[in-house]
Design a protein around this ligand. Structure first.
Ligand code: MN
Length: 407
């Protein structure tokens, strides 16, 4: 119970408490905030009074210091915030640090160190394989043996609300001519992102069991993709300029600790993967029951189910460090496009329009195969919380701006 009235079914209920970086109107300085109901709690200001031992973690106004501080600090701060909201005795101090959510400006909540993007939906990988390589098996021979991924571009990860400029690049036309210009097949990818807090030592792989010691929380990701650039450039080294122009993330990072009720068993893997990836006999696996929503210009076009993902984030973490690569605070790795088995569960337009062969009609009568200038994409998600509650992730929103003139 809390002195703060928050409806039990609020996506930012007392059991969620996601972290972000905010400022109120007219302020120059950003502060660390925890979303609770329709408010943002200025956690640093309250910590200065009520949790002085941890108050310095919030001095920079972003999550960087908290991420680096590791799991003991994360749990200490979360327990403290939960306690403040339950304790009538500190109500005055805490209430003064609450700001209406609708009136704050949010920014990128942490400094992205490295960005990695995976490809973990069997349905998405199968659909893409059918379209990009129609004459071969849709899944490559390695797909069920390792979580395929690529290293992306941390510097172009942007927060929700940032416009995405249509990229220019090389593509090959259907007639076989190679040209340079604005992408004509700009797409969205609905994904879930995992934010690394505690780093690791180079040379020392991070096993699945240490997942929660390193990963702080979860956000939503839109991995904007220029399919025409991608199709021309990706052989043999994988995605490059077709992906690196922009990746949008939601402004709130939901702590792993809020997702205990959302954990579940991932799909059965056949063949069984190698031991460092085989979670069959783990006490607790890291399947997560998020349901996502993709809206284009306000219309719901897809509801991807994250629980259908073939590889879990714990397996992805084990794999991306299996060669001794180290983790740093602020590393972000994304799941890969989330697509379920049903057509209405596909997390990209290239799948929803089947490569442009079957354009989708929106309820307002407009037709889309890929994104047009001015289009707005909003991705949201919820997961089950404890005792029948809901854990909301907020949204990742972006509007397509026209391509810039080339020099
Ligand atoms: Mn992607």
């Amino acid at each position: 119970m809390s002195w703060l009235e928050v409806p039990a079914d609020h996506p930012f209920g007392l059991h969620n408490l996601p972290y972000g970086s905010f400022r109120t109107g007219g302020e120059s300085r950003f502060r660390v905030g925890v979303a609770v109901g329709d408010h943002v709690l200025d956690v640093g200001t309250v910590a200065a009074d009520l949790l002085p031992a941890r108050a310095a973690l919030f001095d920079d106004g972003d999550l960087d210091r908290l991420l680096a501080a590791g799991p003991a600090a994360w749990h200490h701060v979360r327990a403290a915030v939960t306690g403040w909201l339950a304790d009538d005795g500190v109500r005055d101090v805490v209430e003064r640090a609450l700001h209406p959510l609708a009136l704050v400006e949010l920014r990128m909540p942490f400094s992205v160190a490295d960005f990695v993007d995976f490809y973990a939906s069997e349905h998405h990988a199968t659909n893409i394989g059918r379209m990009f390589r129609p004459d071969s098996e849709p899944l490559t021979p390695n797909w069920k043996h390792l979580p395929i991924g690529y290293h992306g571009r941390a510097g172009t990860v942007v927060v929700s609300g940032t416009s995405v400029i249509r990229p220019c690049g090389q593509r090959r036309t259907p007639e076989g001519e190679v040209v340079f210009g604005p992408s004509t097949r700009l797409d969205l990818e609905a994904e879930v992102g995992f934010v690394v807090g505690a780093g690791s030592t180079i040379g020392s792989p991070v096993p699945r069991a240490a997942f929660a010691d390193h990963v702080f929380g979860v956000c939503l990701v839109n991995d904007w993709s220029a399919r025409d650039l991608q199709a021309w450039e990706y052989v043999p080294l994988g995605p490059f300029l077709g992906k690196s122009f922009a990746t949008s993330v939601s402004p709130w990072v939901v702590p792993l600790a809020a997702l205990s009720a959302a954990r579940g068993t991932p799909p059965t893997r056949e063949p069984r993967p190698l031991p460092y990836l085989d979670d069959t006999d783990d006490d607790e696996q890291w399947g997560l029951d998020l349901t996502m929503q993709v809206r284009l210009n306000g219309h719901l076009v897809s509801s991807p189910p994250f629980r259908t993902m073939y590889w879990t984030a714990a397996q992805q973490l084990a794999h991306l460090t299996a060669n001794g690569a180290c983790l740093r605070p602020g590393d972000l790795f994304a799941s890969g496009t989330v697509s379920g088995p049903e057509p209405g569960q596909r997390g990209s337009l290239i799948e929803l329009s089947w490569g442009g062969k079957e354009p989708i009609e929106l309820p307002d009568g407009t037709i889309r195969s890929f994104l047009e200038d001015g289009d707005e994409v909003v991705i949201t998600a919820t997961a089950p919380g404890p005792d029948g509650t809901i854990v909301g992730f907020g949204e990742v929103r972006g509007t397509v701006a026209p391509a810039r003139e080339q020099p």
